[in-house]
Ligand binder design. Structure first.
Ligand code: PRT
Length: 105
């Protein structure tokens, strides 16, 4: 299992855990909208570091993004493997060709 799978399993196990002792449980207890909002905040923080060009800070923010991404998925019961399957389905399909097939520029 990858670290992402391990983390997704930990997050899943936190559903119903004590919000006093688990940040994940605390976040999940606030509902999927809050989880999505938190993901957005972390994404913006990563964007800021990407624009600044600080690699160490971008690395840390990217880890926050991935964690909060997995929490957001868990809050809506979307398995990580469903996302990975979608990526696998797209493998070998050029993004340029895919966009052209949708008729957009
Ligand atoms: N990867 C993470 C992880 N990344 C970030 N965070 C937490 O996410 C929180 C959000 O960061 P912020 O800077 O926004 O924190 P904040 O300023 O206190 O948040 P606000 O209340 O101000 O919105 C922090 O409290 C971080 O500790 C994480 N919390 C947990 N994990 C993983 O999840 C596992 C389970 O954690 P618990 O659910 O806490 O047991 C851990 O073992 C880790 O592997």
């Amino acid at each position: 299992m990858s670290i992402l799978h391990d983390l997704a399993a930990t997050i899943e196990a936190r559903k119903g855990a004590d919000p006093e002792t688990s940040w994940t449980a605390k976040l999940l207890a606030k509902g999927p909208e809050k989880c999505a909002e938190k993901f957005g905040e972390e994404a913006v923080e990563a964007i800021i570091e990407a624009v600044r060009g600080d690699q160490a800070k971008l690395t840390a923010e990217a880890a926050d993004v991935l964690y909060h991404f997995l929490v957001m998925l868990a809050a809506r019961d979307v398995p990580l493997d469903a996302v990975l399957d979608e990526l696998a389905r797209r493998q070998g399909i050029s993004g340029v060709a895919e966009k052209a097939a949708r008729g957009r520029d």
